[in-house]
Design a protein around this ligand. Sequence first.
Ligand SMILES: [Mg+2]
Length: 348
Amino acid sequence: MTSPTISQIGEISLIDDIRKQFSQKLRDVTVGIGDDAAVIKPREKYLLLTTDMMVEGVHFDLRFITAYQLGFKLISVNVSDIYAMGGIPRHVLLTIALHKNTPAEFVHMLMNGVKDAMTLYHAVLVGGDLSSTQDGISLSATLIGYAGKYILRSGAHVGDRIYVTGSLGDSACGLHVLKKMKRTVSLNKKNARGSMHSFCKKLGAMHGGPARSGLSWKIVEPLVRRHLMPEARNPQKFIRDATAMIDISDGLLIDLTRLCNEGSTGAKIYEEKIPVSIEMKKAAECLGIDPLTLALTGGEDYELLFTARQGKRVSATCIGEITESQRVIVNASGKERPLSVGGYRHFQ
Ligand SMILES: [Mg+2]
């Protein structure tokens, strides 16, 4: 049985379904979904506001990502910006434009992804808007967060250490794998393992044989997951007093340049220190891509890049330090070259 389309269901009943799915009584939400505007009682000194839009054909491709994963990712990318300011995500407004022939099941799965991500981050839906589009779909989330104290991109001082959380390049490598696969993949472990095993074998064989590459679903899964369902990093787990912070959405080099521009500083980072996962290294090798290039320029990892005074207790990887004005990257043999984004645009 095929799912009815949203035009068959109608806007009112669609909104009603979403309202039921997200109805919760919360202390800081005085009025939630259903009235002309939400009413919120702020709990902290500062409100942080951010919005991020995802457009079909520009930011995502429905050949590679499921509706559920898309909903999850939409929330994560917005949460990442609130975390990058040192805030706690809280209230979400959702604006969705869909084609009238979109199956209602698609909307249902999309909202399930939104809901699971919001549960993960303890955020709540307080309103939104639904519209139709002639062409590709577009999604936008506005996120309101709280902070007692916020952290800017511009606060780094000369001598501060530069840190990144997690590992870099995983998401970009995951996207390369998805482009080879040319289909969506379930990240539900039970379903995925069997069907993915044969794909990994094929991919391994294509690029030098599975024995040589050692490529398996166990290696590919975290990369693909990082791309399809990234989890935003809460800075509280890594550092107490970051001096400057940004989330890595467009790649380490671009986002470090933004941080340096805002603070009018330089930076010196070391290639050898850039954290790269074993999985990414193996998969990149198998695909014939340089892992370092992926780590330096690959976007959408949603890891945090921050600076802290020397001697601070930090549980993240130190990749270099803030300098007065020179921006350089040092290779394994100690040779410096300018830290420029231009030289690394292969994967744009
Ligand atoms: Mg950001």
